[in-house]
Design a protein around this ligand. Structure first.
Ligand SMILES: Nc1ncnc2c1ncn2[C@@H]1O[C@H](COP(=O)(O)OP(=O)(O)OP(=O)(O)O)[C@@H](O)[C@H]1O
Length: 232
């Protein structure tokens, strides 16, 4: 679905991503893992166009290079993004937060899809409440709902369980699995919690200091890799 080839990224003089290659396979849920500060968020931001890439390619199926596509165009290519920290607009209502993605859709199709309310009934109940009044878990559901408004084929999530109560974490895991396995969305997510990664992920990719150090089927993520690259 997406083929990342030879990606290098810098913050000023600081070389952050090094010659990164990664294949995001269609229909799979890939979990990007690694300790704090290894470059996971930066990689997602490069895919979304929020960070500039120094060299390398991010190829879509069909060969289009995302690096050459403007930030505004990327959601139109079927990519939904749930950023770290959710980025809900606190003074806007739930409905207005959801509507933000609508201009991406062709005229005549600019309607919040009903299935979003089937997935997250709480959003239907709280349509007129302000985003800032929602709990952390509800805001995360809103952030995922907002990303789904553009009818993505690829859903990218940056630490969707960060700062969320355990019962809601479970619910969000179930929803990501449904989106991936029942509705066929390809998923790429950053996740630090190992049980959650194992539950939702088909594949893992481990980063260390901006380089890919291991990848494979989730079952191949063994104790040695965990000790070497994940435990602190
Ligand atoms: N806007 C920025 N300007 C300069 N340096 C940055 C910027 N954002 C991140 N960095 C640095 O780049 C490196 C990679 O950060 P990044 O946030 O991508 O890592 P991460 O693996 O997502 O970490 P975390 O798990 O803590 O979110 C870190 O050393 C970080 O300090």
């Amino acid at each position: 679905m997406i083929s990342i080839q030879g990606l290098n990224q810098f913050y000023g003089e600081s070389h952050t991503l090094w010659d990164l290659d990664l294949e995001i396979q269609e229909g799979q849920c890939t979990v990007l893992m690694g300790r704090n500060g290894v470059g996971k968020t930066t990689l997602l931001q490069c895919i979304m166009g929020h960070q500039k890439v120094r060299s390398g390619q991010i190829l879509l199926q069909g060969g289009q290079d995302l690096v050459k596509v403007s930030v505004e165009q990327r959601p139109r290519l079927g990519i939904g993004y749930v950023p770290q920290g959710r980025q809900i607009f606190p003074l806007m209502t739930v409905e207005e937060n959801l509507q933000i993605g609508l201009p991406v859709l062709p005229r005549g199709q600019r309607k919040i899809p009903e299935y979003i309310f089937d997935l997250f009934p709480v959003l239907a109940q709280m349509m007129n409440r302000r985003g800032g009044d929602l709990s952390g878990g509800q805001q995360q559901q809103l952030a995922i709902g907002r990303a789904l408004v553009v009818n993505p084929k690829l859903l990218i999530l940056d630490e969707p369980t960060e700062g969320i109560q355990p019962n809601v974490v479970q619910e969000i895991g179930d929803i990501i699995r449904r989106l991936n396995r029942e509705m066929g969305l390809t998923v790429l997510l950053v996740e630090q919690k190992l049980p959650f990664a194992r539950k939702v992920g088909d594949r893992f990719c481990l980063l260390d200091r901006g380089r890919k150090v291991a990848e494979g089927e989730m079952a191949q993520l063994d104790e040695q890799l965990i000790k070497q690259y994940l435990t602190v």
